[in-house]
Design a protein around this ligand. Structure first.
Ligand SMILES: C[S@@+](CC[C@H](N)C(=O)[O-])C[C@H]1O[C@@H](n2cnc3c(N)ncnc32)[C@H](O)[C@@H]1O
Length: 458
């Protein structure tokens, strides 16, 4: 076998995924592009080249020879391994600067200063940890290894969530060692344990643990195994109330995957609150509900977004890709009427439930694809919106949704996105609008992800 090649080099920039990027010149042949996790522009490093055919080549950081001026000591002991945080070794103000710069580069316009996280640790209200087992039977419960997905390493303590998440994680790992249950093996479709989801109402302190298992009847966990799992989770939170679920993942070839939930212990949901400028809103969260993963930053994101439209008197608002309707509900306080459109039936059920819980009666939710529902609303001659809020997935707006947005011609568009590239491309297609403001919000410190609000007026 060939000896691994070690190389000394300087990191020049970031890749789009937030890894350090460098070029290795070759006297003969083309220079080699290489990406190295957990490095920063300005670092001089020693790396081991990984033997991979497709570019960019991957390098493994062996030693930082001369640190970038933005380098700091990461809080986390897993920071050199973990695929979750790629920027924990970068000073938080430098992270914010880089995110702002990414927005500036995408739009060729200066954004407002990015809204930072007051506390860049312990901000996540939801984490998913994967069960994985190698051929020798060694068990891993944690997160993916950077640049080596889908390999998993054992997380002892994750600083992106509260300490109880790690206590439960370690308690469940200890339970697993003696439980006799196998990890699910996706290529072979064998085994049981898929992942462990932990959730918290950051504003309420309410806790939830969900054990996600495969739906194969022959690998179903026994009652005794589930009872000992519940005991392990309850011990890990020192007897505090916690809602514990089993979630069965039924994958059938040629048919859509189905999920079944079974309450094992505690209440059947948790409550989260958003403390917004117009007053608090409260939300019921069941194991499958979508909720913005950073509660405190979601409050800032919504407050910032709604401040742009606060001068519109009594508007009709469309909230497209509305999820569980949180943003539409926040907007409903100043609106005559809000229409929310969302593809996921479960999210729409949650949205309707939450509107009732918050005594909001001027919001209506439609389940379906945004483009198709807008076609239907147009055929029914529904009132046109004054303001349209769009918050699509990373892929951005599809052609039918864009077509309708052009026909609807609202006075203002609030485009919220987690992918500035699709956001800028979609906005480029909306003629007749002026981009009035760009407001990035840091929802995910220590990662390269950016949330960005674009406010457009006709
Ligand atoms: C980024 S989330 C927005 C969530 C919501 N605005 C919030 O703040 O909680 C995008 C949402 O779009 C939904 N979605 C994806 N494709 C869709 C489509 N074609 N039509 C309608 N909704 C869609 C997803 O289910 C998801 O809830």
């Amino acid at each position: 076998m060939l000896e691994p090649e070690t190389v000394e080099l300087s990191i020049q920039e970031f890749t789009s995924r937030g890894y350090g990027a460098a070029v290795i010149p070759r006297p003969q042949g083309r220079p080699i592009d290489v990406e190295i996790a957990h490095t920063l522009p300005g670092d001089r490093v020693l790396i081991e080249m990984r033997r991979k055919v497709r570019p960019p080549r991957k390098g493994r950081l062996l030693e930082v020879l001369r640190p970038s001026t933005d380098r700091v000591e990461p809080r986390c002991s897993h920071a050199r391994v973990c695929g979750g945080c790629c920027w924990q070794q970068m000073d938080y103000s430098a992270q914010l600067r880089e995110k702002e710069e990414r927005i500036r580069r995408s739009f060729s316009v200066n954004p407002e200063p990015i809204i930072p996280c007051d506390s860049p640790f312990e901000y996540r209200n939801k984490m998913e940890f994967t069960f994985s087992e190698n051929r020798a039977g060694t068990k891993y419960l944690g997160l993916m290894i950077a640049q080596a997905e889908p390999y998993v390493f054992n997380v002892e303590r994750c600083h992106l969530c509260k300490p109880w998440f790690s206590s439960v994680l370690n308690g469940v790992r200890a339970w697993w060692e003696t439980s006799g249950v196998l990890a699910y093996n996706p290529p072979r479709d064998e085994g049981t344990l898929r992942y462990l989801t932990l959730r918290e109402g950051i504003r309420t302190g309410q806790k939830m643990a969900v054990l996600n298992v495969s739906g194969r009847a022959e690998s179903a966990p026994s009652r005794a195994q589930l009872d000992s799992f519940v005991e392990a989770v309850q011990q890990a939170v020192l007897g505090e109330p916690i809602s514990i679920f089993l979630r069965i993942h039924q994958a059938n070839k040629g048919r859509p995957t189905q999920f079944f939930e079974m309450l094992l212990a505690g209440p059947d949901h948790i409550i989260e609150e958003l403390h917004l400028d117009g007053g608090p809103l409260s939300f019921k969260i069941s194991p499958i509900s979508f909720f913005q993963p950073n509660t405190l930053q979601a409050e800032k994101l919504y407050n910032a977004a709604l401040s742009y439209i606060s001068d519109y008197p009594d508007p009709i608002v469309y909230d497209l890709y509305c999820g569980t309707g949180t943003l539409g509900m926040a907007a409903s306080r100043k609106a005559r009427q809000v229409i929310g459109i969302e593809l996921s039936p479960e999210a729409v059920l949650d949205a309707q439930d939450n509107a009732t819980r918050n005594k909001i009666d001027n919001i209506t939710f439609y389940q379906g694809d945004v483009g198709k529902v807008l076609t239907q609303l147009q055929a029914e001659s529904r009132p046109r919106p004054d303001i349209v809020i769009v918050d699509p997935p990373r892929a951005g707006l599809d052609p039918l949704a864009l077509h309708h947005l052009k026909i609807l011609q609202p006075k203002a568009i609030l485009y919220i996105s987690c992918n500035p590239l699709t956001q800028v491309a979609n906005i480029g297609e909306l003629s007749g609008y002026r981009l009035k403001s760009l407001q990035p919000v840091d929802q995910f410190p220590h990662t390269y992800h950016i949330e960005n609000i674009a406010f457009l007026e006709r």
